[in-house]
Design a protein around this ligand. Sequence first.
Ligand code: MN
Ligand code: MG
Length: 354
Amino acid sequence: ALIAATTALPSALAAQTPATLKLRLLETSDLHVNVVPYDYFRDAADDTVGLAKTATLIKAAQAEAKNSLLFDNGDFLQGSSLGDYIAYKKGLKSGETHPIIAAMNTLPYACGTLGNHEFNYGLEFLEHGLAKAEFPLVCANVERVGGAPLVDPWRLFEQSFEDEAGRKHVLKIGVIGFVPPQIMQWDKANLDGKIVAIDIIDAAGKHLPELMKSEPDLVVALCHSGIAGGERKGMEENAALHLAKLEGIDVILTGHQHLVFPGAKAFDGIAGVDNVKGSLHGKPACQPGFWGSHLGILDLDLEKRGERWRIAGFRVEPKPIFERMADRKIVPKAAAEPGVLASVRTDHEATLLY
Ligand code: MN
Ligand code: MG
């Protein structure tokens, strides 16, 4: 009877006061095989790039938060001399691990999406790369000719989080991904007859209803697409603002433009865009620069009234790995994380020789 009385008390309180739960979403995007803080052309250290540095911000951001989820927004598999060394010299056979995948596997990515550059070296290279990823990838607007998925259009994660009163709640987090459909022109030689890419908003219309049937508490769009104003005509390369209008989508992680949101001047004055708070049509959104320059941090205050969770408030911060002073001097804001560096050491050294 004593046990029953003590366990009954918190639930009786819960019925009166809404549960509040802080969930921190973290975003990397457009890494382009930048892992080591190194400029291969100048053959010198470079404090402005590298997942090894972003990883230090990731670990600090996770340590500060009770609940967090890390996402990557695509364009990881192409770029930098390290990427060129793998694509043009060493190759990527079945069973081999691409250095960007090795580096990402050292971090607790919950999920990623595909960027347009994932298709640059053909489907076999991409499939060999993805096969070794220890995190799932989603993309809703690309499928194989004939209708088979290349990767899942969306995933539902059921995860236990702790609220501000220390109580556990299992939340259902839906994650859906998108890539610019222009891949069909940009990588025509690789994709013709193999892959079909459709409009991002049309793909959301096709797949979001299925995702909503599983009654997610929160839906995060991993949108490897940027932020642009104007009327929708269809097949937009930068469709994030249109995506934010859709009911069901709660948070939009953006990328592809290699810009910082909120903050970049390019986003000033676009209707529906809050370039200070970091929102698209009122929904939290971020874009974390490129090559690991920033970590996107989206702090959500979730509130449960009855059976429904909702976003009661949010703060968005694209946190940089360096600061550029007025005299253009670079001041580093993060050290390189040793585990990430170690994961690519052999390929990094081979790239220096190459
Ligand atoms: Mn990119
Ligand atoms: Mg891109």
